[in-house]
Design a protein. Structure first.
Length: 407
């Protein structure tokens, strides 16, 4: 506690002399007094992070805005000679996550800082609603923010379809919503959209499929999905429509309709980062297979068809992470076939985390000799590889000064 008090006092003292500061991180350390010092002295500040700071209030945030002599302490307009506090007029990125600031105060700051592009604030839906109120009293119709974060459970009445009217320059969305809300996005969204981070609180349905088929998803370069189940139709829509995709991260409990996933050289041509985690129960080999293999297939975390659909033509992959139960087919022979179809010539990080898979020394030799750019290889969960073998490889790496890490 004493250290925190001393640090905050130090910040207030030193910030008076930092008129050329462009980036400042004060996570859980900021106060209203510090914000006042920043607003009065740090006109060149571009990036400010005060997340988890419970010592700041609406009054403190207002100090970041320019103010005239006539309205000191109040958010006002900037006039050349009359400016008493220039504020952080150049601020572009402001992180207010988990701070007790009202949506009204955040909206007022957006109005007064026209260069602000990225605002990290939990209740952005309420901020947009406040900005819509300002439209009736100001000449500003739209705002330049490019990031929007929304949790439907906290604001059920917010209409996502109204978002482009206020924030037409959005490039990034982070959403915790229901599948039906995704359907709304497919009808109206920013054509500039490049990144979506979506967690569905309901089952994945047609809403998600419709969004990834829409013209608004066509320019996406980064997709992160956390869903209970992932239907093949949705993965297929991403492969067919999101041709600029660079990063794809999928976390799910099960993959469905996998029979629809047929590899094509038209898919994932620009994909560089693929992370696929399927956390489903693995088939128990001790159980009797009374249905001719059907039960086993239903409980398999990730079928070979799905893996091949994602990897076979992703020739630009730099990072590949597969964390799923696929021991039914994952062995050195299958790995050789996969590398034959796609040599992963640019891959620097490879993680195949499949519990009980029959991967051992042969697979290790194959991967190291076949992937020339490899720098990180994870073998921790490989069933048939001994610790002495890993130690031997690490010794060889050290001896030959290879740029390779085995974990």
């Amino acid at each position: 506690r004493d250290l925190n008090v001393a640090f905050k006092a130090f910040c207030e003292e030193i910030l008076v002399k930092t008129d050329r500061l462009t980036e400042l991180v004060l996570i859980a350390k900021c106060t209203d007094n510090i914000l006042q010092c920043i607003g009065e002295n740090c006109q060149q500040l571009v990036h400010l992070n005060v997340a988890i700071s419970d010592g700041i209030t609406d009054k403190g945030v207002a100090f970041l805005a320019p103010a005239k002599k006539t309205d000191i302490g109040v958010v006002g307009d900037v006039e050349s000679e009359d400016v008493c506090r220039a504020g952080c007029y150049n601020l572009k990125v402001f992180n207010l996550k988990d701070c007790y600031i009202s949506p009204g105060a955040v909206a007022a700051l957006v109005l007064e800082l026209p260069k602000l592009r990225r605002l990290y604030y939990t209740n952005m839906a309420s901020v947009v609603q406040e900005l819509n109120k300002f439209k009736t009293t100001s000449k500003i119709e739209t705002f330049q923010l490019d990031y929007f974060e929304f949790y439907s459970s906290e604001n059920e009445n917010f209409e996502l379809r109204s978002l482009p009217d206020t924030l037409p320059y959005l490039t990034t969305l982070k959403l915790l919503i229901k599948d039906e809300h995704m359907n709304s996005l497919s009808k109206c969204c920013s054509s500039l959209l490049q990144q979506v981070d979506v967690e569905l609180s309901s089952d994945t349905g047609q809403g998600c499929v419709n969004f990834f088929k829409s013209k608004y998803a066509a320019n996406l370069t980064n997709i992160s999905l956390q869903v209970t189940s992932m239907p093949g139709d949705c993965i297929l829509a991403i492969a067919q429509n999101c041709t600029k995709l660079n990063t794809f991260k999928l976390t799910t409990s099960s993959l469905e309709q996998e029979e629809k996933l047929v590899p094509s050289c038209r898919y994932f041509q620009n994909l560089q980062y693929l992370v696929c985690r399927v956390y489903s129960e693995e088939w128990d080999s001790s159980e009797e297979d009374e249905e001719g293999g059907q039960a086993r297939n239903n409980q398999l975390g990730m079928r070979s068809q799905s893996l091949e659909f994602l990897v076979q033509h992703s020739v630009k992959l730099v990072e590949l992470q597969i964390q799923a139960h696929c021991s039914n087919y994952m062995n050195v022979c299958y790995l050789a076939q996969l590398l034959q179809s796609n040599p992963l010539a640019h891959c620097e990080k490879l993680v195949i985390d499949s519990p009980h898979s029959e991967l051992g020394r042969g697979a290790l030799d194959l991967v190291v000799s076949s992937i020339p750019s490899l720098k990180v290889l994870m073998v921790t969960r490989w069933k048939d590889i001994a610790h002495c073998c890993i130690r031997h490889y690490k010794d060889e790496i050290k001896k030959n000064n290879w740029d390779l890490e085995i974990i």
